[in-house]
Ligand binder design. Structure first.
Ligand code: DQA
Length: 147
């Protein structure tokens, strides 16, 4: 197994987990989610770096620096997923393998959530599996480890 440094980038409103609709997002907070994902990563032999911002430009800048800090990405950009083309372009620049994760089943929700601006750049998308989706993402990335 590969021992990747995986950067997990949470976007807009993900810091509000715990207050958002539990039917879509569960009842845990972002820090609880990060604890669980950190444990998944440790089991799989990876290290994780977590980031969250509500500012699109900051998310873009985190992507600009990503290849200096990590080997792979897990992205949940929140609502930016559906329209923020600047995030698409910044992700393309990273050159890193990336998996898109959504806690909720975006394809079963409002039509505006069905489109993703990053899917075409990702090796996979995991949607509707809650926090377990991040484990699946880590497993997908392990199969794309460099070297
Ligand atoms: C989300 C789905 C998005 O449509 C929504 O805007 C979010 C969270 C998810 O994790 O299910 O903020 O990315």
């Amino acid at each position: 197994m590969s021992g990747l440094r995986v950067i997990v980038l949470h976007g807009v409103n993900l810091d509000q987990l715990g207050k958002r609709d539990p039917g879509h997002y569960g009842s845990g907070s972002l820090s609880e989610l990060e604890g669980t994902v950190g444990a998944f990563a440790a089991e799989l032999g990876h290290r994780v770096i977590f980031e969250q911002t509500n500012f699109e430009g900051e998310y873009v800048e985190l992507l600009h620096k990503a290849s200096e800090r990590g080997d792979a990405l897990i992205l949940n950009p929140g609502a930016w997923t559906h329209y923020a083309w600047a995030i698409h372009d910044a992700l393309e620049l990273t050159g890193l393998p990336a998996v898109e994760v959504h806690l909720s089943d975006v394809k079963a929700r409002e039509e505006w959530r069905h489109h993703s601006v990053i899917s075409d750049l990702c090796i996979g998308t995991v949607s509707g599996k809650g926090v377990d989706g991040y484990r699946e993402a880590l497993e997908l990335l392990a199969g794309h480890a460099p070297g």
